[in-house]
Design a protein around this ligand. Structure first.
Ligand SMILES: [Zn+2]
Ligand SMILES: [Zn+2]
Length: 366
């Protein structure tokens, strides 16, 4: 039994650390802040690599206020990897050791509610209630745009020693791709349409391929489509218009057995049903500002299943195995790297989709 006040460190940890602070919507600043101290069931991790997520961009803009962040200043970031440098009390259950390499995910459920007890901690009934132990890092709790981050042992996945930190920080977005594909029950040989060519779209593509899809058509735009083509995807440029008609042409009118929506625009939301064939399964990850009407008559008469997708519960270890054994690719999608202190530059590159920006990685302390 560990001492409740005791934190074990394996190296000297500075009292202050470099972090990217969001002071107000659109107001980012690189600044020294106090290094956090892990509490019960928590560890302190030295962040080695952290990746920009499309959700971060929306949070920075203020699109998710007042839910995310709950207060300013805030430290965002939830796609990351690093090395454990401090073990808080009651962390024995994880068997984590000082020096272990870990990949983070954003959700840590309370562990006690009905959702958590049935493995659906992404739907924790105590969402946002800190006192119950619930955390969502980089959303309502401190995230990884910093030299150090405290995480609950429930939101960390052990990485093999030889696993590059760049792959570790992709575990969360790959997990979102995997959960999307699982929610839509991709079967061997299925024709899958992925709407969106951003990070979740490319990993939905990779995971659909790993799960045996026969044919995968990705609808997206810009240089991202070139990267996907090189990886073997069939691509449709949405900017040329007529997306559902193109899917019809490509499938001789059969449409897709599975449609995965990852773009979150009004058009792509509508195209889910428009690209789906009889008996299709549809999984939706994005929520547009203006939600369009869908072809509900077809949904009913053609027995379509529509499922929502939130984050990626219990996918981290599976993702690490898929990456380690080369069932899915990460490297081709890493397009940019910056020191953390150049966050604003990295942010602008991601937003402008410069050179097809997909995984834009940041390195604290460099
Ligand atoms: Zn994310
Ligand atoms: Zn819970």
């Amino acid at each position: 039994m560990s001492d409740l006040n005791q934190v074990h460190y394996n190296k000297k940890v500075n009292k202050s650390m470099e972090a990217v602070i969001l002071n107000a919507p659109g107001d980012l600043q690189v600044k020294e802040v106090t290094t956090p101290i892990p509490g019960p069931s928590e560890v302190l991790v030295h962040v080695k690599c952290t990746t920009i997520c499309g959700t971060d961009i929306e949070i920075i803009k203020g699109s998710h206020l007042p839910r995310w962040p709950r207060k300013f200043p805030a430290i965002l970031g939830h796609e990351w990897s690093g090395e454990i440098v401090g073990l808080g009390p009651m962390t024995e259950a994880s068997n984590f050791k000082l020096g272990d390499h870990v990949a983070g995910t954003s959700h840590a459920g309370c562990g006690a509610c009905r959702s958590c007890l049935t493995g659906r901690y992404n739907l924790c009934l105590n969402y946002g209630k800190d006192s119950t132990g619930h955390r969502q890092y980089g959303h309502v709790s401190q995230g990884s745009y910093a030299e150090y981050v405290v995480n609950n042992i429930r939101s960390l996945h052990r990485m093999p020693e030889e696993f590059p930190f760049e792959f570790g920080s992709a575990v969360d977005p790959v997990g979102c791709g995997l959960w999307t594909v699982k929610r839509a029950s991709v079967n061997p040989g299925d024709t899958v349409v992925v709407l969106g060519s951003g990070p979740i779209g490319v990993f939905a593509y990779e995971c659909a391929k790993a799960l045996g899809a026969g044919r995968i058509i990705v609808v997206g735009g810009g240089k991202r489509l070139d990267i996907l083509s090189e990886q073997g995807a069939e691509v449709v440029n949405y900017r040329e218009g007529g997306v559902p008609e193109k899917i019809d042409d490509l499938t001789r009118g059969e449409k897709a057995q599975v449609v995965l929506e990852t773009a979150g625009t009004t058009e792509s939301f509508k195209w889910t049903v428009d690209c789906a064939g009889k008996g299709a399964r549809i999984a939706i990850t994005g929520i547009p500002d203006n939600i369009p009407d869908l072809a509900w008559k077809r949904v009913v008469l053609e027995e379509m299943d529509i499922t929502g997708v939130r984050a990626n519960p219990n996918c981290g270890d599976e993702v690490i195995s898929l990456i380690k054994n080369k069932r899915i690719q990460v490297k081709p999608y890493i397009t940019h790297s910056f020191p953390l202190k150049d966050y604003q530059k990295a942010h602008d590159v991601f937003v402008a989709r410069e050179d097809g920006a997909l995984l834009v990685n940041l390195y604290p302390g460099t």
